[in-house]
Ligand binder design. Sequence first.
Ligand code: SF4
Length: 536
Amino acid sequence: MSGTYLGLPSFPKAAHDSTRDTQLRANLTHATHTIRTKRATAINELTDWPQLRAAGAAIKDHTLHHLDHYLLQLEAAVTAAGGTVHWALDANEANTIATQIIKNTGETEVVKIKSMTTQETGLNHALETAGIHAYETDLAELIVQLANDKPSHILVPAIHKNRTEIRDIFTTHMTHWGRPAPDNLTDNPTDLAEAARLHLREKFLNTKIGISGANFMIAETGTMVILESEGNGRMCLTLPDTLITIAGIEKIIPTYQDLEVFLQTLPRSSTAERMNPYTSLWTGTTPHDGPHTFHLILLDNGRTDTLADTTGQQALRCIRCSACLNVCPVYERAGGHAYGSPYPGPIGAILTPQLRGTTTPLDTSLPYASTLCGACYDVCPVAINIPQVLVHLRERITQGGPTTTHGTRTTIQPAKGHRLERTTMRATRWTLNHPTALQHAHNLATHTRHLHPQHLPGPAHHWTDTRNLPPLPPHTFRHWWQHHHQTPPTTNTGKGTDTRSETATDTGTDTGTAGTDTGTGTGTGTNTQTDGGPQQ
Ligand code: SF4
């Protein structure tokens, strides 16, 4: 990803400050609760929501498993329709291609549709360095840009600002970017929207180059699809002479018909609308209609590395609806900036460390930015099992192990700062596998119970800073059992045999298709969990 976000503090440090900002927390709580309530109403209107959810996951999984085929099909279709396709391995390459295209036209200004992908590449900064001004035209993105701030939400980038703060930003900063805000601007939403409309109209009418992302790319026809709510996107897509679209390679879907599923699930999950207000589709160029020139930049930037991870690859299903952010108790309190990435919230906690790798304190802290409550999984319209990926990434961070970096299979070392956790877990595992040692440990613990500190020393103090250590009882469960039943509760071979491994088998079958993740446990009982629909 772009260097723009690197060097930021780890999640706990950033969240430490943001959770103490009472205004920020009030803004976030109000906004996320409002959106989540509306979304639940919109979803409950559809009786076939579980089927739609499973279908969306299946389409995305099928496409990801045949990405090589569909990308080439898309390239051929876009080229046949008069567009030009560029391939970008990373953020720098994508920015360089876009900059060169703009420079070739001689223009120094572009208008932009809200795009997570260009935030990921840090395009605005790269263009600024090359002397090209990029104007955001989505209302929330405009607010963030005018305030020289960073987005903090996928759908509502200025969710951390309230109306009064927005009025102040418009009044102070609009004049430096173009048409000033009207005199005596109030914080009435209608007045604020009108001020933005007048300010932006100048840019739409005078700028010759538009830049967009893409919600979906249809392989069979080479068609790009943008969903937006304000109409600014349509202006950017139709008025400029040149249109540049930068999209991650995972945004592809095979056919027009597949769009039917996402045009139902995405609006309801993101803005709680039955139907999206503005849905724009375009295929290459058309004489006398829209831009004369169309460039599509296909961005990898860590996506094929992510695809190589059989557990983590499901993050690439994401359609950026932001539903998981609005239900996340951690996001609600910490805010989006604490994630140090264009992708905040639960999806950011699993996507960013995969795209960027787990080499910085920030990226190694992100998979821990969750309570693992599972609310994100319940609401995800493409059934991404976010808690499963979080646990998987935590294991990678503490244990190291095989991963794919820049297309090469490699083995990474455990991240720094997890030695105590790793040592504790290994010692616990050994003790649990040796019943005699476990019994001695129990006896030692109960006999020394009066000596136990109330607060743990060293790094473990984080645990007891916020909770009380439960007092140990004077006798172990084994003692209690022997006293009441005269027989030991389990057969103690004393040879370190774990009898559970002889009676329980977890096949952990992951079909990897159709959004079904079936884990079957057989043993003393049968536990079958199918993750193809919402968890009730
Ligand atoms: S992970 Fe799921 S819920 Fe979260 S933004 Fe992506 S599609 Fe939406």
